[in-house]
Write a protein that binds this ligand. Structure first.
Ligand SMILES: N[C@@H](CCC(=O)N[C@@H](CS)C(=O)NCC(=O)O)C(=O)O
Length: 208
């Protein structure tokens, strides 16, 4: 069964990169549509919080990258982005959710603008970078234990959540050389052709 998939996204959106990476890795064809410059009520019907990514599945909308990735996994199992055992799948989801539910939301410039009206995007950059950096350090003991992949010894959904938020941290000003385990993670992803080619951002420019 083939699904008609349209991913609504924007360049630089690390939540969207998670989904795009899985779509490409699983070789699922989809249409890439740019997020509208002035999203209105039509887009709100697709994504109630006016965020990206959004996935249209046979014309029906899903928001939230985790929901999309689980849908894609159930739609096309191989290559899988979740381990086989119940416990290991929970551990992969744990990592995904720490990034998705705890690290990512707070670094949003919208959140800063909500609490500190008038603060500019430039002013908030160092705070966003610091939040990401400090929390990636806290997350690190859960990662890279068996290999340089985020969890276990194979590529998984954990990698597609961890690498893009790290990429965002670097974009916002983190020094990559202060995060050697995360840099090695990018190198590991780069070293495998199927993973490298599926990656929606330029791994090579990050690892030098
Ligand atoms: N938890 C959501 C996060 C979505 C999200 O915050 N997306 C950001 C881009 S990474 C966004 O749309 N920002 C623009 C905005 O908030 O207006 C997901 O995983 O899909």
């Amino acid at each position: 069964m083939n699904l008609n998939l349209e991913l609504i996204t924007d360049k630089g959106s690390n939540s969207s990169e998670r989904v795009e990476w899985v779509l490409n890795y699983k070789k699922i064809s989809f249409k890439w549509t740019k997020y509208p410059d002035s999203p209105g009520e039509d887009y709100r019907k697709i994504n109630p919080l006016l965020r990206v990514p959004s996935l249209l599945v046979d014309g029906k909308p899903v928001s939230e990258s985790m929901a999309m990735i689980e849908l894609l996994e159930e739609h096309r199992l191989l290559p899988s982005v979740f381990p086989k055992s119940l416990w290991e799948r929970a551990k992969v989801r744990e990592i995904c959710e720490i990034v998705n539910a705890t690290i990512h939301p707070i670094q949003s410039s919208k959140v800063a603008g909500f609490f500190i009206p008038g603060i500019t995007k430039t002013e908030i950059c160092p705070y966003r970078a610091r939040w990401i950096g400090e929390n990636l350090k806290l997350l690190e003991p859960l990662l890279f234990r068996k290999s340089q992949f985020a969890y276990g010894s194979a590529f998984s959904a954990a990698d597609v959540f961890v690498a893009p938020i790290f990429r965002k941290g670097i974009e916002l000003g983190l020094n990559i050389d202060n995060f050697l385990a995360y840099k090695n993670h990018l190198k590991r992803c780069y070293s495998i052709e199927e993973i490298r080619q599926a990656c929606p951002f330029d791994l090579k420019s990050m690892i030098g």
